[in-house]
Design a protein around this ligand. Structure first.
Ligand SMILES: Nc1ncnc2c1ncn2[C@@H]1O[C@H](COP(=O)(O)OP(=O)(O)O)[C@@H](O)[C@H]1O
Ligand SMILES: [Mg+2]
Length: 232
């Protein structure tokens, strides 16, 4: 898969071939500008690749008709690094996606409550989002995505603004939804200590330069491993 932003001459992603599976927690690593955000947006069905395909559940997403695309989009969410919240209260934001899907009744609030309690957001439910810290706002965006119960969730630098306590809350939540069978993909320019990742995909200058599985001793030894690690 290749991707080039319309305004630029060079490709931001070059010949990327990988897959993100349900029940798997993948970390996408690489320095600033490596292409992590672009990859997550292409895989997360936000951007259409310039060349190549994005296959979701065996279907070539961008060749589908509108109806099928809509159905597939419901299974995949991308959480922006700097999430945009809608005006209003915390709870309004978390329930927002469910309402868009015509599922805004009392069951929706119960579902929100479960996720929000886990992320310690329930006590903030009536707070105006303009009063939130950056870290709280980021967790609200994650909660808003999680209540949609996606099969695949892509999180772009989700820990950037979180303090240690909230970091652990989020990591625990990601572990839980992975155990429930969701695929979780986290882009981060730094290592994620405390998160049991199954796989690390390393990008450099728009290319996938390494793919490591958890048996390959992921932590602390990324640089010493040979290119193109394989499943143990
Ligand atoms: N909206 C954009 N328009 C043009 N180029 C972009 C845009 N967003 C990112 N890029 C370029 O694409 C490359 C990859 O960027 P990005 O995916 O944001 O990397 P990362 O998330 O790893 O920091 C960089 O060279 C960056 O300058
Ligand atoms: Mg980025």
């Amino acid at each position: 898969m290749w991707f080039r932003y319309p305004s630029t001459a060079r490709f931001s992603l070059t010949g990327i071939s990988t897959s993100f599976r349900s029940g798997e927690l993948t970390l996408v690593r690489g320095p600033n500008g490596a292409g992590k955000t672009t990859l997550l947006k292409v895989a997360g069905l936000v951007y259409r690749p310039s060349a190549g395909r994005v296959v979701v559940d065996g279907e070539d997403f961008w060749s589908l008709d509108e109806g099928r695309r809509l159905a597939r989009r419901r299974e995949v969410v991308y959480v922006h690094e700097r999430p945009v919240l809608i005006r209003g209260r915390v709870l309004d934001n978390v329930v927002y996606g469910l309402r868009l899907r015509g599922n805004g009744g009392s069951g929706a609030v119960e579902l929100c409550r479960e996720v929000m309690e886990e992320l310690q957001l329930w006590e903030l439910r009536d707070v105006d989002v303009r009063k939130l810290s950056a870290g709280q706002a980021q967790l609200v965006a994650v909660a808003r995505a999680l209540v949609l119960e996606p099969k695949l969730i892509y999180l772009d630098e989700p820990l950037a603004h979180l303090d240690e306590e909230r970091r652990l809350l989020l990591l625990k939540t990601l572990e839980r939804i992975r155990r429930r069978g969701a695929g979780v993909v986290v882009a981060s320019h730094q290592d994620l200590e405390g998160l049991g990742v199954d796989r690390v995909v390393v990008l450099s200058d728009g290319r996938l330069v390494r793919e490591l599985y958890s048996g390959d001793q992921l932590h602390g030894s990324l640089n010493q491993l040979p290119t193109g690690g394989s499943r143990p």
